[in-house]
Design a protein around this ligand. Structure first.
Ligand code: 5GP
Ligand code: ZN
Length: 119
């Protein structure tokens, strides 16, 4: 019997344009869009178009794409006007860090003072 495995990923759907998002930056490899539940006045998620589930799943040849995520974060912060005041980038990995969407994403948070250490 032939088995059909259906997989779905929220952020792959956003990258493919199948799910709406408020996109603030895009390139061939990377997409940045506003978080649906913002934790700061500016809360953007930067994702690779390629599906990578978690930080633990990164391979050597993903080094370039991860660099592009950081460059996109810099661009987002500059365009939003909080680059000089400051902002935070975060990648949550797995349960203890509270990862809920298993397509790697860089949170870019800014527009308010961000306490440290985080919760
Ligand atoms: P995590 O907890 O995995 O680090 O972050 C996942 C983030 O994705 C959360 O901040 C959550 O608000 C956001 N999120 C979940 N579903 C959607 C969605 O459909 N659209 C957008 N724009 N953000 C989402
Ligand atoms: Zn995905």
């Amino acid at each position: 019997m032939r088995q059909i495995i259906v997989t779905s990923c929220l952020f792959c759907d956003i990258a493919a344009g199948k799910r709406k998002a408020d996109v603030v930056f895009e390139s061939d490899d990377v997409l940045a869009f506003r978080d649906i539940s913002p934790q700061a006045p500016h809360h953007v998620l930067v994702i690779p178009r390629k599906h990578i589930a978690t930080l633990n799943d990164l391979q050597e040849d993903d080094a370039e794409i991860m660099g592009k995520l950081l460059l996109a974060a810099k661009q987002v912060a500059g365009a939003a006007g909080f680059a000089e005041k400051g902002y935070r980038t975060v990648i949550n990995c797995n349960r203890d860090a509270g990862q809920t969407v298993f397509h790697i994403h860089l949170h870019v948070l800014g527009g308010r003072y961000l306490g440290w250490p985080p919760g």
